[in-house]
Design a protein around this ligand. Structure first.
Ligand code: SF4
Length: 201
């Protein structure tokens, strides 16, 4: 298993609750994405979840509703979770690399992701998951390695310095564009389910 590092220096270590962090993030204007969006989409789910899902950023539906993964890709994600007997408010906590919608649903630029990642790092610390699933290239490249390819890395377990098991897989939006990706994602989520329940059975 590879050793990987996602930790970076940040200045949010004294914030000791997700609610307080969300409050602070809602007023964030660290990057220019804030000017073009309706509001900050912080994240949602079980704040004590053992499994955390990390996507790219809010789309139009998420921006409008202020919740992550609620458009077509999000509905597909809910169906994927249901197929492994999981539900977003019970078993997982969901967040994104950037919390404001990039214009035209483009991928976040490096400076935008860098500005936003301290929020995500502190979310990870506060949720303290045992497993993280990286949904798509943006999450993989910003949390693991800039040049990493999702086609190569998906389905392989990594482990953070602090012992969190990390699985990259395709973003649900990619499945909507390319149905051939459904089977590998199904296989990945079966591994995730097995890992999730490993010490619970
Ligand atoms: S994307 Fe992140 S860093 Fe940029 S303004 Fe929104 S919350 Fe702040």
């Amino acid at each position: 298993m590879n050793k990987v590092v996602y930790d970076q220096d940040h200045d949010l270590s004294k914030v000791d609750s997700l609610a307080e962090l969300q409050n602070m993030a809602s007023a964030c204007s660290r990057c220019s994405l804030r000017k073009g969006c309706s509001g900050v989409v912080f994240g949602e789910g079980n704040p004590e979840a053992r499994l955390m899902l990390i996507g790219e950023g809010p789309g139009a539906d998420e921006d409008r509703l202020g919740r992550p993964f609620v458009g077509r890709a999000g509905q597909l994600l809910d169906r994927i979770l249901a197929a492994v007997d999981m539900e977003r408010f019970t078993h997982v906590y969901i967040a994104n690399v950037v919390k404001c919608r990039p214009p035209g649903n483009r991928a976040p630029q490096a400076d935008e992701a860098a500005a936003c990642l301290p929020w995500l790092y502190r979310q990870i610390e506060l949720v303290s998951p045992r497993i993280i699933v990286l949904l798509g290239s943006t999450a993989l490249q910003n949390l693991i390695e800039p040049g990493a390819k999702i086609t190569v890395m998906r389905g392989k377990w990594l482990v953070s310095k602090s012992g969190i098991k990390i699985m990259p897989t395709y973003h649900p939006a990619a499945l909507l564009r390319d149905a051939s990706k459904k089977r590998p994602v199904w296989e990945d989520f079966q591994k995730i389910r097995d890992e999730y329940w490993k010490d619970r059975l």
